[in-house]
Design a protein around this ligand. Structure first.
Ligand code: ADP
Ligand code: MG
Length: 470
């Protein structure tokens, strides 16, 4: 460790008996720590003899990023303490790429524990601040999709950095090719939806034509998404000779496991809902009651949707697929962030599952995007709620239809998506239910005001018409 070079600090925290490990790139700036000037990257004051300095988080700083990229290109292995080492593994795509001085680095603000830096129009460097032992699915799937299967709608993998301790590896960072984009699909959808709401409010016969144009443009993205998701899944299922990716027949034991997981996730959710019922918002109570009424029958419902003797394949998949995991690139979409659901253990995230799981993820996300728009509209035009809710429901259904229709058309592998419409629909419902419970759990813990979105979603899934034309 030089006294003015960046280094990686590893530390452990224990909370309620669970120990987590984190890694943080740090550097000392030999300038006195100034408490009065807020610097989000400054941690602490440091002193060495008479010298005073500031300890900085440099995850998205130029010196650190260029050192990281340099080490990656050179396939460096750094020996750390006690036999552990840092392994920089570049892909051929990085080595083939001409090198430039780094000019412009932008930090991406994300909700996750990761830090992401966009470097010129060349690289995206993501630091996983939380260390998780195991093979990181984003590295594994990125390598498979872009190096082996040749899937073109995900950013090329440029390399990874892992901490190796004995037989265990933990991902520290991943580098991808930068893809010029108009924003992630959640942000772009929100823009479309807000314009749609504005126009709905001001609507006259003349405007109607333009409004439809706007929707048509959006629906084209959804069609593109359906096509790309199906292609991604067929790419993920394309290699029988690579054990981690080989599609496998879904066994009765898999279905029992998935069902048990949903039921055991749902139980505490039901209990919490029952507890919160009386203090919930008036308009949520009916929904809570209706969801609670499903409690006793949940296992049977799931068993009907996904019988144990179903045949079909389970495959590696995205695992945390939603609008925020797609970039809008000209008139196409790119799929990013194959880390899986961050709250699940790494081994669970690497498990195979039916293709319907990712399809369900996106459908739920479209529902969320429409409700989020209604929520924003409510603040501006509270008295137009009924009219806007109807318009947004229509928007949501058309978006889901466009996505699912294009998906079905492109998905030609009947082992991944049942030819029988009812079987396909039931399987999709099974995973929509899984997702909805995950969302309810999340909203109960973090955003009680949003609770009604997954509650209403769950009821629609269970009572509704076929999902494919919700
Ligand atoms: N290859 C890429 N090209 C351009 N921007 C990207 C790329 N990958 C990620 N980003 C930007 O970083 C954001 C977060 O990326 P993501 O991988 O989803 O990180 P997180 O794991 O923190 O969710 C994206 O929404 C996008 O704005
Ligand atoms: Mg993400």
């Amino acid at each position: 460790m030089g006294d003015n070079r960046p280094w990686l600090a590893f530390f452990e925290t224990t909370q309620r008996g669970t120990t987590s490990r984190y890694v943080l790139p740090m550097q000392i700036d030999w300038v006195r720590f100034d408490r009065d000037r807020y610097n989000p990257k400054a941690f602490a004051a440091v002193r060495q003899g008479a010298r005073e300095g500031t300890l900085l988080d440099v995850a998205t700083d130029e010196i650190f990023i260029s050192l990281l990229l340099h080490n990656l290109r050179s396939s460096v292995t750094v020996d750390e303490v006690e036999g552990s080492r840092l392994e920089f593994r570049p892909t051929k795509k990085l080595l083939d790429k001409p090198q430039h001085e780094l000019e412009n680095i932008r930090a991406v603000e994300t909700e996750q524990s990761n830090s992401t830096a966009l470097v010129d129009n060349d690289y995206v460097v993501k630091i996983y601040r939380k260390l998780q032992p195991g093979i990181n699915p984003e590295i594994e799937v990125g390598h498979f999709l872009t190096e082996i299967a040749g899937f073109a709608n995900s950013p090329a993998l440029y390399g990874s950095i892992e901490l190796i301790e004995g037989d265990t590896r933990s991902a520290i960072a991943i580098v991808h090719a930068f893809v010029q984009n108009q924003g992630d699909a959640w942000t772009v959808s929100s823009g479309y939806l807000d314009r749609f709401v504005e126009k709905e409010r001001l609507i006259t016969a003349d405007d109607h034509h333009e409004m439809i144009e706007d929707q048509v443009a959006y629906l084209r993205y959804m069609t593109q998404t359906g096509m790309r998701v199906a292609e991604m899944q067929m790419a993920l299922a394309s290699r029988d000779d690579i054990a981690e990716f080989k599609p496998e027949a879904t066994a009765a034991s898999d279905i029992r496991l998935w069902t048990d997981e949903i039921v055991s996730r749902a139980e505490p959710v039901f209990s919490l809902l029952a507890q919160r019922r009386n203090s919930a918002r008036e308009q949520d109570r009916g929904l809570i009651d209706a969801v609670l009424a499903l409690r006793n029958d949940l296992r049977n419902t799931l068993a009907e949707l996904l019988p144990e003797d179903i045949d079909g394949l389970k495959i590696r998949h995205h695992g945390d697929f939603h609008l925020g995991q797609m970039l809008i690139v000209k008139d196409d979409i790119f799929i990013i962030d194959f880390e899986g659901e961050p709250r699940r253990p790494i081994e669970d995230r690497r498990r195979k599952a039916p293709a319907a799981r990712d399809v369900a993820g996106l459908i739920r996300s479209i529902d969320y995007s429409a409700t989020a728009a209604l929520e924003r509209a409510e603040k501006i035009a509270p008295d137009e709620n009924g009219k806007l809710a109807t318009a947004l429901t229509g928007w949501r259904d058309r978006a889901i239809d466009a996505f699912v229709e294009a998906y079905r058309e492109t998905m030609t592998d009947k082992r991944l998506w049942p030819a029988d419409a009812k079987a396909a629909d039931d399987m999709l419902k099974f995973f929509l239910i899984e997702k909805a419970f995950y969302e309810i759990e999340y909203e109960l813990a973090h955003r009680p005001d949003w609770l009604r979105v997954p509650l209403a979603g769950l009821l629609r899934i269970l009572n509704g018409e076929p999902q494919e034309s919700v």
